[in-house]
Design a protein around this ligand. Sequence first.
Ligand code: FES
Length: 91
Amino acid sequence: MIICHCRTITDRDVHAAINWMRASDHTTLITPGKVYKALGKSADCGGCMSLFLATMRSNPNLEVPMELRNIRCGSTQEKRECKATVKLSTI
Ligand code: FES
């Protein structure tokens, strides 16, 4: 199915790009911009973005890697201990 008509990108292209990025770097954050870049293209009108994102979200390899979750410690005013710090300190 065509996802992006401007750049002729199919759902298979999106899934292939996500799978390739995840296989080559398991810690990478995958964004629509990175998918376009991996396909050698760039967005034009942006009209496909909701379908593009829905297609990306349907790929199980899109998940944020476990080691990158909860790393925003210190960016808030909260005094709670960072979960990532707790995990690292128990190792
Ligand atoms: S339809 Fe995808 S950029 Fe226009």
